[in-house]
Design a protein around this ligand. Structure first.
Ligand SMILES: [Zn+2]
Length: 297
């Protein structure tokens, strides 16, 4: 589990799960993806998933984007046993859906997980990072509608009042939670709501910007997020929140070799190496509702 430098690394034999991956996105910026042909996009994603599978990831929960491909294209991309299998995400709900049409379509759709964007992300100015991007009414109405249809709801929130909404509504996983408070950590633990902190990518953005084709503002925002998680992730660990492994990577083959950043960051923020590994194995299976005997694929 440790390499020659004493760093935590994944064991190849472990069947790992990434709970927050964007396999449908070939680039950080949509305009960069739009410049690629459909064939080029598919090839790039397949190459990413092949490399990712080699690193031990048997399954990834799509955090949005993969369901935009047709069923045939999805099969072509990730249907091969050499590739990481994907659980597509049934919708990316947020401020572009004021009338709830996307939420209704996701509730009626074939996919088990649906995502709500409740705040901005690394693109937002740090002082607005926890501003709600949807109304309270939209949030609760959507969660209720999705739960009534048997869907599981993952919520992108960097913290603030929308994290309270997640706790009150009883969502199925909280994504990022960068500015989570002590009280919120306690309540997530009490209500057994998992947190997917995706803490490795903020460090990568801050410390290895050459991996990403992004401007300096993103790097600055990522630095602030990494600093905030020096507080929030240890709070979650102390409170006993169920932590899940998520990289927030998109399908750039170069990123497929960097998943250890998440593991190393979790260890740095207070998990033992064993507990950090568990976030991608036992915890991930628990969060997805897979029984321990059931194969991930
Ligand atoms: Zn994401």
């Amino acid at each position: 589990m440790n390499n020659e430098n004493g760093e935590a690394v994944f064991e190849d034999s472990q069947a790992m799960i990434d709970l927050h991956l964007h396999p449908g996105w070939t680039d950080f910026l949509p305009e960069d993806q739009a410049r690629r042909t459909a064939e080029e996009q598919k090839t790039r994603i397949r190459e990413f998933l092949r490399r990712y599978r080699k690193h031990g990831f048997v399954l990834a929960r799509d955090a949005g984007g993969f369901a935009d491909f047709s069923e045939d294209a999805r099969k072509e991309i990730s249907g091969h046993p050499d590739c990481t299998a994907i659980l597509p995400n049934g919708g990316m709900l947020g401020n572009a859906d004021p009338d709830g049409r996307l939420a209704a379509a996701a509730a009626a759709g074939p996919f088990s997980w649906v995502k709500i964007f409740a705040t901005g992300g690394v693109g937002a100015e740090p002082e607005h990072a926890v501003d709600p991007s949807v109304t309270r009414e939209y949030f609760f109405r959507s969660v209720q509608k999705l739960h009534a249809a048997g869907k599981k709801v993952m919520v992108h929130t960097w913290g603030g009042v929308t994290l309270d909404w997640c706790i009150e509504a009883g969502v199925d996983s909280v994504e990022h939670g960068v500015y989570m408070t002590h009280d919120q950590a306690q309540k997530l633990a009490e209500r057994q709501i998992p947190l997917i902190p995706t803490c490795g990518i903020y460090r990568l953005l801050a410390e290895r910007p050459e991996l990403f084709a992004l401007g300096a503002a993103f790097r600055e925002h990522a630095k602030r997020a990494a600093e905030a998680q020096r507080f929030s992730v240890p709070e979650a660990i102390r409170a006993g929140v169920l932590l899940g492994f998520g990289t927030d990577f998109y399908a750039d083959p170069a990123l497929a070799d960097e998943a250890n950043a998440e593991l190393a960051t979790l260890v740095d923020l207070g998990l033992s190496r064993e507990a950090a590994m568990q976030t991608a194995v036992e915890n991930a299976r628990k969060i997805l509702g897979l029984s321990s005997e059931e194969k991930a694929r």
